[in-house]
Design a protein around this ligand. Structure first.
Ligand SMILES: NC(=O)c1ccc[n+]([C@@H]2O[C@H](COP(=O)([O-])OP(=O)(O)OC[C@H]3O[C@@H](n4cnc5c(N)ncnc54)[C@H](OP(=O)(O)O)[C@@H]3O)[C@@H](O)[C@H]2O)c1
Length: 209
């Protein structure tokens, strides 16, 4: 594949993906987009900020290569103010909004921002990293209300988008991925609850919606 590839989200998974793509796909111009990174080709982007998304559009339109691949690897499970809820009484509207902002709204607004650059005559791929806990059918343990629900919402947004893009961009593909439990800043505070053999990357199994 030849052209521009954007990996959005300069965290553990996004940075590794950008490095791997850079190594394996010599014809792709791989740009990592996020808040900060040491990666050699980096565009600053706050995916929750509409002005920042506008600036991203300018950068894409000024780039000489056609856009061929976008991977969203942003997400948030916890922050200084945000902790995944263990029970109903932990729900807080501000925290629920924060989780939905990054885990549900931003990925689909990223798709909206890049849509005008989808080439009609070439294959184009958009992938977003969701989470297994966003599966309603697979929810056995409850808890993590906001993160789970925001990832379920992300899945639903992209299901609808896949129907629209199938009509408008027949050469475009949309993929939602759950990465398994990966050792990054996002999951580290919760590792003690994960048996050692379960700290693994995606094993190809399909999870119900
Ligand atoms: N690690 C796992 O076990 C696991 C499991 C299931 C799903 N996932 C999903 O995998 C994806 C990648 O997670 P990760 O493990 O790589 O976590 P991570 O290391 O925490 O990376 C998440 C990245 O998202 C970025 N981000 C958050 N808000 C942003 C914003 N407004 N604008 C730009 N970037 C923003 C963060 O940047 P800042 O540091 O600047 O906030 C961080 O670099 C997420 O969608 C996550 O939900 C991970």
């Amino acid at each position: 594949m030849k052209g521009l590839a954007l990996v959005v989200g300069a965290g553990g998974i996004g940075t590794q993906l950008a490095k791997d793509l850079n190594e394996s796909e010599k014809d792709l111009d791989v740009v990592l987009c996020g808040r900060k990174s040491e990666f050699n080709s980096f565009w600053e982007l706050d995916i929750e900020d509409s002005q920042s998304l506008l600036q991203l559009k300018n950068k894409i339109s000024n780039h000489p290569s056609k856009l061929r691949l976008v991977v969203n690897a942003t997400g948030r499970l916890h922050s200084d103010s945000l902790q995944p809820e263990k029970r109903l009484q932990h729900l807080d509207k501000k925290n629920m909004m924060e989780s939905f902002s990054i885990n549900a709204f931003s990925p689909i607004l990223l798709a909206k921002a890049i849509e005008e650059f989808i080439p009609k005559d070439f294959d184009f791929n958009f992938a977003s990293i969701s989470a297994r806990v966003g599966s309603i059918g697979d929810n056995q343990t409850g808890g993590w209300y906001s993160y789970r629900a925001a990832k379920s919402a992300q899945n639903q947004f992209f299901k609808s988008l896949s129907i629209e893009w199938a009509r408008r961009f027949p050469k475009a593909a949309i993929t939602l991925l759950h990465p398994g439990t990966v050792d990054t800043d996002l999951s580290r505070p919760f590792h003690k609850f994960v048996p050692e053999h379960k700290l693994f990357a995606w094993d190809n199994s399909e999870i119900p919606w």
